[in-house]
Design a protein around this ligand. Sequence first.
Ligand SMILES: Nc1ncnc2c1ncn2[C@@H]1O[C@H](COP(=O)(O)OP(=O)(O)OP(=O)(O)O)[C@@H](O)[C@H]1O
Ligand SMILES: [Mg+2]
Length: 246
Amino acid sequence: MSIAIEFKSVTKKYPLYHHITGGFKNLILNLPKAVREMKQSSFVALDNISFIINRGETVAFLGRNGAGKSTTLGLIAGVLKPNLGRVTIMGRVSPLLELGGGFHPDLTGIENIQLNGVLLGLTRKQVAQKIQSIVTFSELGDFIFQPVRTYSSGMLARLGFSVVAHLDPEILLIDEVLAVGDANFRRKCLEKMKEFKNKGVTIILVTHNPADVDLLCDRVIWIENHKVKMDGKRAEILPIYNASTQ
Ligand SMILES: Nc1ncnc2c1ncn2[C@@H]1O[C@H](COP(=O)(O)OP(=O)(O)OP(=O)(O)O)[C@@H](O)[C@H]1O
Ligand SMILES: [Mg+2]
């Protein structure tokens, strides 16, 4: 088996924001202490996490809001860097477009497809060849000619997933697209993801819906309190996870 993703003792911290509660005078008088406190105060979003995902595995990341799932995907996509430890990725990773990141709000849907297509390494000709199919898949109709800032979250998810579905990733990252899509689009996404799975693409899915995990994923990594709580076969982990959320 060959490795697609390896996290080795990965810690990710975000800076915390400050209020100068004691006033400026106090801040200046105690400057060294104030600077030290500011440097120290960061929030640990992922705390010393390790796992290996092999090529072709389909893995669901589960856990409560704020557990660190999207942070994990950001590290895999390379848009975040770990503070400690090492992230190793072997293969082309799909971009995280589903929730609108990567789209320019003032450009129309179609302009965003063109822009992202080129940014993601397609030639203009390839973009031109795919654009009709992307637009059709999205079912956005005439809204494709409207600026993306006018889109609902479901419409943004449609646009993002439609672009991703027309790329040729080796590692597919999906963060909650199924949660905001309506039933019809959800079905379409799941079918497309199954196609990717059958082609041997490594799939990383973040969801709050156990039914999606059942349909698509063979393995579950459960994140709790910014650490891996359980990691194993879906059939073993999902019942325990479900029981814990009752
Ligand atoms: N840019 C940021 N700056 C500061 N803190 C952040 C930032 N992004 C995330 N965090 C914090 O890191 C923690 C993990 O966030 P993350 O988005 O990874 O959670 P999640 O598991 O995806 O949650 P959800 O299910 O709500 O999407 C949260 O406590 C969040 O507040
Ligand atoms: Mg998230």
